[in-house]
Write a protein that binds this ligand. Sequence first.
Ligand code: AMP
Length: 410
Amino acid sequence: MKFDQFRISPEIKESIQKLGYKKPTDIQYKSIPAILKREDVLAIAQTGTGKTAAFAIPILHLLSTRKSQHKQVRCLVMAPTHELAIQIAGVFKEFGKSLKLRYLSIHGGTDQAPQIEKLQKGVDVLIATPGRMFDLVSQGHLKLDKVEILVLDEADHMLDLGFIKDIKDLMRHVPKRRQTLFFSATINETIKKLAYSLVKNAIRIQISPKDPVSKNIDHSLAFIEMDDKRFFLEDLIRNNADQKMLVFVRTKVRAERVMKALKRVEVDSDTIHSDKNQKERDATMKAFRNGDNKILIATDVSARGIDIPGVEIVINYDIPESPEQYVHRVGRTGRGREKGKAISFCSKEERELLAEIEANFSKPIERIQLSKGDYKNVVDFTDDKPQDWKSLMKEAQEMDQQFKKKKRKK
Ligand code: AMP
């Protein structure tokens, strides 16, 4: 199957060719024809599968072939985070460069005046996070009653962030007669209920149900004690110089600590988490995207859905809290048709979480065999002698408390 076989305009085909996409990915193959037929779509597909292009390509075709008689928004894409909104807008702009359509992404954390000005001039495709969008609707700067196509991207993440009420409120502002495209990386009862309340007779598309993580990713795991993880991270970075790595940790405090530990051994890295303002986050993402910084330490919320080209390795420095989180994290590598590696560091305290994750996949994650000698070598080789034993003790205690709290909640 080639892109040529889709009934889409030559301008869009040309952009696809320029971007170097040779064949549609699974999700594109399945959803493009359905969207072109104006069907509702409910797709369970993780990021990295090419899902943004799967909706952007047919939407651009539909909008460009029917001229608009007004300046109002015709397609609204809702995304959970600023970064994702910007990224989706980038995909629309890239594919729709030569079309006479206008694209805009709006999100909080920036001045709203330029956004209002652009809306007044006319926008065909609006990509928005819920907060800023509702601000503009309530101030009367944005009307959604001419929306023909509504896309909810990363719906599961939006629910995690507490946006369920916003999504329900949104329905009061968009026309009942519309096309709805619902995308989620994972599925559970709440998501199903929400999805069914929004779509009509939807075409259901599911990409690899049992193994929701991309087939292009090699998964492996090493048993490493909490206090030793930083030495193994250092070792991994040194042995994979020049590779782009995304390192996931559980909290912002840990992100900063890991960065400091790497700095002590003269390894440059950066962090992204919710304590950083939008400007800092944009600068961090830019440096990681263009390769000026190759090691990015991230918390889950700040990095979900982000499409950074060429991330070769994802490291679960801390084991994720749920199978869904594992899927989201490792989806940052092996994107589209690239290959990627996901390496997890599992301490004694985290074995229960690991078992929960593995129970959701068809086969266990491959173990990296570390002999006692190998393990000792890595710990001994570092320049970062654990002189700061007080902060190490504090870190271990905090982790321990977190696990106890989680157990009590269960
Ligand atoms: P997404 O799942 O939308 O976040 O896309 C993941 C990555 O796959 C992006 O970097 C895209 O540029 C890339 N991609 C999407 N579709 C294709 C395709 N048909 N061929 C090659 N790469 C693609």
